[in-house]
Each structure stands twice: as C-alpha cells, then as structure tokens.
Write a protein that binds this ligand. Sequence first.
Ligand code: BTN
Length: 320
Amino acid sequence: MTGDILKYLGEKEYISGEVLAQKLGFSRVAVWKQIQKLKDMGYKIISDQNLGYCLVSRPDLLLPQEIQRGLFTDYIGKKIYYFPELKSTNIIAKEKALHRAEGINEGTLIIAERQSAGKGRLGREWFSPVGGIWLSIILYPQLPPSYIPRITLMTAVAVVKAIKMCTQIRPQIKWPNDILINEKKVCGILTEMSAELDIINWLVVGIGINVNIDHRKFPEDIQENTISLKEVLGKEVLRVKLGQTFLQEFEKYYESLKRREFSSILKEWKLYSYTLGRKIRVDMGERIITGEAVNINEEGVLILKKEDGELVEIISGTIV
Ligand code: BTN
C-alpha cells in the first residue's frame, strides 16, 4: 500500500490529500495513515494544510519500491520479498524456490536489512548487520549442473562491475567467489541448489556485500581480513543504487550464460582475478593441494599446476 502512495507522491512537489485519495481509491484518513507509515520507515514527507504532501527525501533502505524504482531489468527483482530482519535470505529463498508452481519465478529476490544467522560457505557464519546488502536470487536455469561454477564466477564479475561503477573502486576476485579490496574480503557469494544428473531444479545465489559497516563492528576474528566499502571510501555508499546496478549487471551476464556464452565473462573474470599466477593451497575437503593457479578453463574450473608439473582441475574448494 505504501508503495502505491509513493508512485503518486511527488518529489519536491506537493500533491493534495484529496487527489491522492482519489487516485488510490482510499479515504483521506487512510492516506494520512499511510503517510505516517512512510515517515516511520524513514521517508521525509512534509505536509501543508493547503497544498497537501511533498516527499523531501527517501531512506536508503532496500525496500522493494526503492529497488524497483529505476531498476532496468526484465525479470531479476520483479518480485521482491523484503525483511527488516531474518535468519538468512538463502534459507527463505530455498524454501520459496520449491514453490515455482505457486508464482515464485526466475529472478525472485529475498532481501534483508539484517540477518541473525547469515550463512557463509562451508557452514561458516556470515556476519550481517544493518548497513550491508544481503540478498538471495532464485533462479531456474535450463542449464546442466556443470554450469554451476560458471554461474558463481559470473556472479562475482557482476558484483565487481557494480562496485566499480558505483564507487570507482576496483575490487579483485579470489577464486571461486570472494571479492577483495586491498586483499580483504568485501563480499561473499553462496550458491546453493537442487539438481539431478542433467538438470538444475532450482538455484539460489546468495550475495553479501559489506557496504556501510564500521570496521570496529566486525567480530574480532574476522576484523583483520574483512573490509567494507564505507571504510575504503571514507563515506557511505547508496545501497539502493549499488543493489540496482548489481542486479542489472547480474541479469546481463546471466542472459549471456543462458545463451551458453561464457568466454567474454571469463575474460572479465580473469581481468579482475586475484588468484591467477599465485601459488596457492586449496582445501578440497578430502585433501589439500598446493600449486600455482595457472588458469580457469571454459567450464569455470580452476587449473592448478603442482610442483611436479602435473595439472589438476579443481571444480570446487577453498583457498587456504
Ligand atoms: C562466503 O562464505 O563467502 C559466502 C557468504 C554469503 C553471504 C550471503 S548474505 C546473503 C545470503 N544469505 C546468507 O545467509 N548467505 C548469503
């Protein structure tokens, strides 16, 4: 309902309560109540007895109406479930992903201002206070499961591009999906899915970006290796703008991937790579391999050259 009012509430110009009520089919009291609600959410609205209401400024909250206003995508973010707080956007997204028949579509988003039990990779916790972007995208790609590594790499490129476009900062990507600035983690990506041998039933891509978070707020054990955009820039970043830019970039790259065009995405990934050319140790669960990261192939698989010259393909793992 508040979203409807916002469509008519002129920025920097007045609209009378009566006209608003007419346009929306509400009573004037209902309009007044919605205006109060918007004010409580952080919208600055002034009212004048004769002129009506005027929107002065909007809050930088990741509200669906704010994200969707000026979001140039075809389907990513057309439906948004917004929560001021929840446990984890990935958990809700996974529940919703099962209900495709009930109107959960490709590109549905779950967004939260804060997560109380944010999930990182390998069962780790993901610190998610107010000020970050914590979102999950539900996808139903008609691609084989072997495309999952490519989707992860593509997401990382979309994040890097969005950060670059909104802040001029040039982040780097640590394989497979950590986004770094000054060698510290600014964003993590958690891809979860249900798949069969040759089809993906659903995919949830969870993205966490440390945007406007003060360094001293990070838990001590991650302080050294974590950074936020606000810290790097010395000022706050508009999360709505960054979120929109990311979603637009995401859709663009995802469309390429659906056309099975990965080469150009890979080229960009390599351009921002932190990993290639470095000597690394990769924890693959059952064993740890050491070697030089020499390439990422057309399937999004990391190629490691061991000391004895043997080339090993690594589909998933963590650099330690
Ligand atoms: C990592 O360990 O690097 C992945 C972190 C992914 C965090 C994001 S925040 C939004 C989404 N919901 C979660 O619970 N996790 C992901």
